[in-house]
Write a protein that binds this ligand. Sequence first.
Ligand SMILES: Cc1cc2nc3c(=O)[nH]c(=O)nc-3n(C[C@H](O)[C@H](O)[C@H](O)COP(=O)(O)OP(=O)(O)OC[C@H]3O[C@@H](n4cnc5c(N)ncnc54)[C@H](O)[C@@H]3O)c2cc1C
Length: 370
Amino acid sequence: MRQIAIIGAGASGLFLSRLLREHPDVEIHIFDRCKQVGTKLRASGGGKANLFNEQITPDCYNHPEFAAQILQKVTPERLRQVFESFGLLMSTDEEGRVYPLSQFSQTAVDVLWEPEAPNIHSNMDYEVKKLTRDGDYWRINDYPIVFNDVVLASGSPANMIPKNRRQYNEYLTSLGIKIHPCVPSLVGFKIKDYPTLLSGCRVKAIASLYQGNRLIHKEFGEITFKDDGISGIVILNLSAYYNRLEEKTDCHISLNFLYHNEILDTKEHLRQHGSLQGVLHPKLNALYERKPFDIKNFDLIIDEPYDLAFAQVCHGGIDVNEVAENLVLKKHPHLFAIGEMLDMDGICGGYNLFFAFASAIIVAGNIIKK
Ligand SMILES: Cc1cc2nc3c(=O)[nH]c(=O)nc-3n(C[C@H](O)[C@H](O)[C@H](O)COP(=O)(O)OP(=O)(O)OC[C@H]3O[C@@H](n4cnc5c(N)ncnc54)[C@H](O)[C@@H]3O)c2cc1C
């Protein structure tokens, strides 16, 4: 009987346990420092869990070449088939985002998790602090079993308050693996000299991220003005591209509120109607009345991203060059890494859960082959 350890009962770890539990020749020991499984999976997609996207492309990840390798092995269609084989029905919205048909993330957790399965040993409220090699085997803390294979599925410190960020990957420090520091991604930005008058305003706009005069990325969507900065899915996506910049200096976001009517002549409109109150959100109009601005290029200078506690994912983690195509650590033949533990992050829309599940499928295939 092969003994397999999965460190982390989040999206990727649960999915892997579901794939492996059908194989009676493996015993699965799954560890999580939380009392409950699937904490982030339950919180994802506003409680609905956007499981994946039908139109996933490699360039929506920070390492497109690595993402292309994954997509060659696991397509969104393949992931759909696997979920269907677990009995999960899904619905797809007009932007290709796939959710459980129940529109409830707990449904996804329920089809993945079966702690009573005969070959599953569930160790919740168990923090892994030490992972050590013992000949051809691995040991975890003082757990009484030695493992043939260990799968690192401990996620990232995104969306956690600082005191909970401890230890999530410190047990790896003695293994000589290159790990990039985690910085927040899919997060809003604090803005310099922020116009607080806009706080609470929600509008649609075309948002463009610039470094100096260079356009980095442009997208249309809803913007939320907070007390000291901006957020909303479109801004979260800009943060993913911001993180790809080596130097983060001289960056600003330009908002075009006239996305619906590019040809409107603002001066002529003002001449005819005396104000822009029929064009802009009342708060934007109030700001305009105080100090006119270019409503097609409203520039906001980035101060810094919000804290990790507000981020959906992290940019950083185990360097993707540390793993072979089958996601085994090149330096450690029986150690695998999946999900957000790897330095892989994608934009909003099901990209991050897709990577968590797809990487689990690849590793399951390798463990079963053995
Ligand atoms: C609010 C929010 C909404 C999101 N919405 C979406 C969405 O709709 N679609 C999408 O694609 N992505 C979404 N994401 C991102 C997605 O949830 C993550 O990318 C995904 O959960 C990563 O899966 P994972 O298995 O790598 O990590 P996780 O799901 O975070 O699981 C890691 C597990 O490891 C455990 N752990 C950590 N360290 C240790 C240790 N030392 N010992 C034992 N256990 C440990 C943790 O407790 C955790 O349960 C969202 C994220 C957030 C925060």
